[in-house]
Design a protein around this ligand. Structure first.
Ligand code: TRP
Length: 487
């Protein structure tokens, strides 16, 4: 099974429709690690992000009823409401993780956060909420990467001191999500790069060419080389041999331990590249495991479902430091409504829950399916008014934020040390099955350890050619300008 998955791997790094650094002008939907925006219609309105289109473009699989049914059979647990409601909507090889859980073979969870601001908002919390639930469900180790280096490299303004400061407060925020200290290792790149982790970083770096980085991420000739290299750092944490204190020193055993990466779908390009490299890596004749992924959609900005919450736009987000009153005022003032202009019209035709931000937030934060359905029906029929719907949303958000603040107040330096110390972790895995030994995956059809032809897919070549043409045009224009200025 793993063989077939690996055989197609080299084609996984398809090119996003719009390269990152050319995205701003386009009116098409853009979803990559740096830009998230729905299509801009002819009327100038931003449309909701089309997630089905992303599945198609990225070449991932939709999470369907069958997979959820299998999940419930294997774990004995009702799927999380994010799974039931399509908030966690897509995956790559999630079934391979279920196979391993069934046999109680080792795997781990990997997620991360880019420390770009002091205070996180509710949108940042949702992937962590889901990750915590996965940890509780599978009882496996979890590693959490803070990409202080990424946030420095990708910003003109930020200093190293600044991102390191964000890192410290973000680690405390992440701990407040309720992770188990015995099973969780939190690290920042600036602190942890070295040793086994750095060796794995260079394995990835060696197998990603400049051409590939350009095609996958849309870099151009003016992109700094730190950005171009960064993907190998984010990717390296997807391999168990990067964490010898957790999985042991024997790389013959650890390179075959896969991870499951819960992440927002904008992070997929990093891991497409990582999976492509994994398929080409072997260690002393042992194949590296390809990471599996499970993708979530974004919590919409208060302004509507066409963009995600942004920490740099205060009115777009509910921050975890907001007071109950701030939450109330922001939702009442800014939350985009799917209701009608007048009460009479709303009562007559009803509201649109697909675009209504208050309703969308309730999908994330109100766990009770029946209650949510009642609200949906009442609002769609016009029985429930926008103000009433917003009040329900405000209540859920206030409860969620208050509970977080209570836990956050208890996180002290000792807790930070506990989570960030380089130390062994303890976990049980599947309680119904004795722990399986680490199974060394057989080598069939994999290329040599230092192999990898670095060949590009057709799609990538096409994209590169397009980029080249755009750059040639730009250069031509610049020349003309110079010419006319001189004349
Ligand atoms: N690049 C991510 C960000 O900017 C952080 C990150 C690193 C991450 N590794 C990850 C997110 C793994 C999800 C999964 O937020």
């Amino acid at each position: 099974m793993a063989e077939t998955a690996n055989a197609v791997a080299l084609n996984e790094s398809q090119v996003p429709e719009v390269p990152a650094e050319a995205a701003a002008q386009g009116s098409k939907q853009t979803v990559d690690p740096w830009n998230v925006q729905g299509e801009v219609g002819a009327d100038g309105q931003i449309k909701a992000i089309n997630y089905d289109k992303l599945i198609e473009e990225f070449g991932t699989k939709k999470i369907d009823e069958e997979l959820l049914a299998r999940f419930e059979r294997v774990t004995g647990k009702k799927p999380h409401h994010f799974l039931r409601r399509g908030i966690v909507f897509s995956h790559r090889d999630f079934e391979l993780i279920l196979d391993r859980y069934e046999r109680n073979e080792p795997f781990f969870l990997y997620t991360g956060r880019g420390p770009s601001s002091d205070s996180i908002h509710v949108g940042h919390c949702t992937p962590f909420m889901f990750t915590k639930w996965l940890q509780d469900t599978f009882d496996v180790p979890l590693v959490i990467m803070l990409t202080d280096d990424e946030k420095y490299l990708f910003s003109e303004k930020r200093t190293i001191e600044e991102v390191q400061g964000y890192c410290d407060s973000n680690i405390r925020d992440i701990i407040s999500m309720g992770f188990d200290p015995n099973k969780t290792f939190i690290f920042s790149d600036y602190d942890y790069v070295g040793g086994a982790f750095y060796r794995q970083i260079t394995r990835l770096a060696k197998h990603i060419t400049l051409n590939q980085a350009r095609a996958i991420f849309g870099f151009n000739d003016s992109s700094n080389i730190g950005k171009i290299h960064f993907g190998s750092i984010q990717g390296a944490a997807a391999f168990a041999n990067s964490f010898p204190h957790i999985f042991g020193e024997d790389e013959k055993k650890t390179v075959g331990i896969p991870c499951l990466i819960p992440c927002a779908v904008d992070q997929d390009p990093y891991f497409r590249a990582t999976r492509d490299v994994a398929a080409r890596l072997t260690y002393q004749g042992v194949r590296f495991a390809k990471p599996s992924l499970i993708h979530s959609l974004f919590l919409p900005a208060l302004q509507g479902p066409g963009t995600k919450m942004s920490a740099s736009i205060d009115s777009s987000a509910i921050f975890m430091t907001d007071t109950p009153n701030q939450i109330k005022n922001k939702v009442n003032k800014y939350a985009f409504s799917g209701g009608k202009v007048s009460v009479e019209e709303h009562r007559a035709v009803g509201g649109d829950t697909d675009v209504d931000v208050a309703y969308q937030y309730l999908r994330f934060f109100l766990e009770d399916d029946e209650e949510l359905e009642k609200i949906r029906v009442a609002y769609s029929k016009g029985e429930l008014l926008t103000g009433e719907l917003k009040a329900l949303c405000i209540k859920e958000l206030q409860t969620f934020v208050a509970a977080f603040q209570e836990r956050r107040a208890k996180v002290d330096d000792a807790a930070v040390k506990q989570f960030t110390d380089i130390r062994p972790l303890t976990w049980m895995g599947n309680p119904k099955v004795p722990k399986a030994d680490i199974v060394v995956p057989k080598l069939e059809g994999a290329e040599g350890a230092e192999g990898g032809d670095g060949k590009l897919t057709k799609n990538q070549l096409k994209k590169l050619e397009k980029q080249r043409q755009i750059e040639a045009k730009k250069a031509q224009k610049a020349k003309e300008k110079e010419g006319s200025a001189a004349a």
